[in-house]
Design a protein around this ligand. Structure first.
Ligand SMILES: C[S@@+](CC[C@H](N)C(=O)[O-])C[C@H]1O[C@@H](n2cnc3c(N)ncnc32)[C@H](O)[C@@H]1O
Length: 179
């Protein structure tokens, strides 16, 4: 099972019909489409115009999705209420020039903001790709932050292959140390 299949299986029972959920890296819209079938409303970000174009096409029949063509570090500009789930599927847009790629330092800022905007008992899901340039640094920087702050890691998923993608599922708990 690849990481995306794992994530979809995992989150399906967690989302309720009136939930607000956020896709921080919409890409080709696969996660956004999946979430739109489960949640009340989905907000989906991508910094790439091409990704947003692909998403508009894929999501043309979904009336509960708001697509935002902006950097996900600006999440707090668009979201004032708390959300039930945030998902980050890091890296670059598949089948693109691979120039627009998530950057460790910015991803950390976006992660911190997302955690603040997460409901208590809500979920934050991150999939890291360690095989491309910068991917390992991003994984190490966020892992250090997650471990240092003793977040409740509910599950991790990684196939037993060198540099295979790693998925981390965090559940917010008010007893966790705040950032
Ligand atoms: C692996 S793809 C996401 C795949 C997507 N979840 C799907 O289901 O198809 C990663 C995406 O992150 C986007 N991205 C990179 N940096 C970003 C940023 N700072 N803010 C928002 N999106 C960003 C890329 O443009 C790319 O489309």
């Amino acid at each position: 099972m690849n990481n995306n299949t794992f994530v979809h299986k995992y989150i399906k029972p967690l989302i309720r019909k009136d939930d607000l959920v956020v896709d921080m890296t919409a890409g080709n819209g696969n996660d956004t489409l999946f979430l739109s079938k489960l949640a009340g409303k989905v907000i989906a970000f991508d910094i790439s115009k091409e990704a947003i174009r692909r998403c508009k096409e894929k999501l043309k029949d979904c009336d509960n999705v708001v697509l935002i063509n902006d950097d996900h570090v600006s999440i707090d500009k668009y979201l004032q209420e708390k959300a039930r789930l945030f998902i980050f599927n890091l890296g670059y847009l598949p089948n693109s020039d691979e120039k627009t790629i998530t950057q460790a330092e910015k991803t950390l800022i976006a992660f911190k903001k997302a955690y603040e905007l997460l409901e208590d008992k809500g979920y934050l899901i991150v999939t890291f790709y360690r095989g491309h340039k910068g991917g390992k640094d991003e994984y190490y920087l966020l892992s250090e932050h997650i471990n240092k702050n003793r977040f409740h890691i509910y599950e991790t998923y990684c196939q037993p292959k060198l540099d295979a993608p790693v998925t981390v599922i965090i559940r917010k708990d008010q007893s966790s140390t705040s950032i």
